[in-house]
Ligand binder design. Structure first.
Ligand code: PEP
Ligand code: MG
Length: 585
């Protein structure tokens, strides 16, 4: 672990997931953190810290009592006795006395001191001879985490909502719902210990245009609230207490990047066409209504993926058909004459759950997610389908379905669409008879069955984030296996090839499409469309306009014979660097 030295510039390295540079004061957030960040307090704050601790103890006590009662009812008194031990530890006199002594001596926030005191206690317990006492360490840890959780869960308001000056946010991890709530005027960028490039948290950072770095080891423990910080979202760096030279360097870099981006934006009306005339549709991925302006400015040819879950689940209660219709219609009208493809609700996985489930899912990515949720809540699903159909009367609209695994789901959604059309006709409401219907190809079984599925839908959209996750069996949000998450794995690339070979228009809407190293591979495999985050559009357009399709096709043929992900990535990246070297400066 790195030692913190006041006043010295320090660089912490992580993985860049959203480009840009943020400079401001550091704010450290404890939510989801296994060890609380340390904050220095004033002697006058001691009393309020104790009050906070007391209320967390009371809350934990209530939780433990109700757990105890539940277990006693279900399994009997003997099993419930475990919670008596928890309750005893909660008010353990030795711990509380130690805490009373340490607080004025350390003058730190009480959660950090409590954490340190209990850690010490557990360390002693781990070394006692008595095996029974040793086995109690797990119970103590359980109580510790409950108390810590109850000390931080009181503030569920948006993170940094109370910041008076723009900050760089450091956290152990951020849930997509926390990220969606960040106010870009207050949070200039964020950095986390956990996370990965294709988590929805990272995807949201890119759509908010917010620089972000993930996977910084020991971040929370090594950071100090209030330090000056620079977040480098290009190179994955958090720089604490930067020197005057470093600050100057980053100011210049920021200005230079802004100039280069402006020059790319100026080409926004040029078509995405290769040097030998192959036209690729270049559309945008959208998560929030406030992005409509940005996608226009970036010259998107419509929307290739509208992730409706952020709108549907972000409003507290689910909007009804009418509210959805108005929301979808606004987007369709603002993109006309270009097409908008609405993806129906994709809840579950790492995103907001559709309903709070009684039983936590052990494997949420393999569980109640995507189309499975919609097909088990038919009336709600039909409201969304009718709203999308009605929006199709106002411009060009497509609809697609997430996490389809085979033909049965496709037949089910067609049947529901037919019912919805009939209902709208009965109500005298119009819709486009020719609205395109497609599916996401993000489950390997769907990719394998692409030739069959192609007979039932108008288009495919390759969701390479999930296709990679499910093909290699590597959790897209687990930073411990983040190095294994390789969309150029030959298994993934062959499934993509098989999907495209089915012969219907196929897009890529996963994050792979926005990686300028991999654009040559996708073009060479024959994709008809790329749909990427708005800020990446100008780069991808420039890349396509400097590629030769025939060269890409030959390279992709070689890639399909390759044995490993590195070879495929290198083939594509070499061609990228040769074709548009200036994008790599
Ligand atoms: C994907 O899986 O590639 C995709 C685009 O969908 P999401 O990232 O929303 O799961
Ligand atoms: Mg997906």
């Amino acid at each position: 672990m790195l030692n913190y030295q006041e006043g010295f510039e320090r660089r912490l390295k992580g993985m860049p997931v959203s480009p840009g540079i943020a400079m401001g004061v550091l704010r450290v957030e404890a939510r989801g953190c296994p060890s609380p960040p340390i904050r220095t307090i004033l002697p006058t704050e001691l009393e309020s810290e104790w009050a906070r601790f007391e209320s967390a103890l009371a809350c934990t006590e209530e939780e433990l009592q109700s757990l105890r009662a539940r277990v006693e009812h279900l399994s009997g008194a003997q099993e419930a006795a475990i919670f008596d031990a928890h309750l005893l530890f909660l008010r353990d006199r030795t711990i509380l006395a130690r805490l009373r002594k340490e607080m004025p001596a350390r003058l730190q926030n009480i959660d950090a001191v409590y954490y340190a005191v209990v850690q010490n206690f557990m360390e002693v317990m781990r070394h006692v001879d008595d095996p029974y006492l040793r086995s109690r360490v797990a119970d103590i840890e359980d109580v510790l985490h409950r108390v810590l959780k109850n000390m931080t869960s009181a503030h569920r308001e948006p993170l940094c909502g109370d910041c008076t000056e723009p900050c760089v946010l450091a956290a152990y991890d951020l849930a997509p719902s926390d990220t969606a709530d960040l106010d870009p005027r207050k949070v200039l960028g964020f950095v986390t210990e956990a996370g990965s490039a294709v988590s929805h948290t990272a995807i949201l950072a890119r759509s908010l245009g917010m620089p972000a770095v993930v996977g910084v080891p020991h971040l929370v423990i090594d950071s100090r609230v209030g330090s000056q910080a620079i977040l480098d979202g290009y190179n994955g760096l958090l720089i604490l207490n930067p020197t005057a030279e470093t600050l100057q360097h980053y100011r210049e870099l920021q200005a230079e990047k802004e100039r280069a981006y402006k020059a790319l934006i100026e080409m926004k009306d040029l078509p995405a066409v290769t040097t030998d005339g192959r036209r690729i549709r270049l559309a945008a991925n959208v998560e929030f209504a406030h992005e409509y302006g940005a996608i226009k400015r970036a010259g998107a040819e419509g929307v290739g993926l509208y992730r409706t879950e952020f709108f549907l689940l972000g409003c507290g209660s689910l909007p009804d058909e009418e509210a959805q219709y108005r929301h979808y219609r606004d987007l369709v009208e603002s993109c006309a004459p270009e097409e908008v493809i609405f993806r129906t609700l994709d809840s579950g996985g790492d995103k907001l759950p559709f309903e709070v489930l009684e039983e936590k899912e052990d494997n949420p990515f393999l569980g109640w997610r995507g189309i499975r949720v919609s097909l088990s809540r038919v009336e709600i699903f039909k409201e969304q389908l009718r709203a999308i159909l009605r929006a199709s009367a106002h411009g060009k609209v497509g609809v697609m379905f997430p996490m389809v695994s085979g033909i049965t789901e496709v037949k089910d959604v067609h049947a529901l669409l037919a019912e919805c059309r009939a209902e709208l006709r009965e109500r005298g409401l119009s819709y486009d008879e020719h609205m395109r219907v497609g599916i996401m190809i993000e489950v390997p079984s769907a990719a394998m069955m692409a030739d069959v599925l192609a007979r039932h839908v108008d288009f495919f959209s390759l969701g390479t984030n999930d296709l990679t996750q499910y093909t290699i069996a590597v959790d897209r949000v687990n930073f411990r296996v983040a190095n294994m998450f390789r969309p150029t794995h030959p298994g993934v690339v062959r499934l993509m090839h098989h999907t495209i070979a089915a012969g219907i228009p196929t897009a890529v809407c996963g994050e792979m499409g926005g990686d300028i190293n991999l654009v040559p591979l996708l073009v060479g495999l024959g994709v008809a469309e790329l749909s990427v985050g708005a800020h990446l559009l100008p780069l991808v357009r420039y890349a396509i306009r400097h590629l030769n399709y025939e060269e890409c096709r030959q390279m992709a043929e070689l890639a399909l014979q390759a044995e490993d992900s590195y070879t495929i990535r290198n083939y594509s990246s070499e061609l990228a660097r040769k074709s548009y070297p200036d994008l790599f400066n």
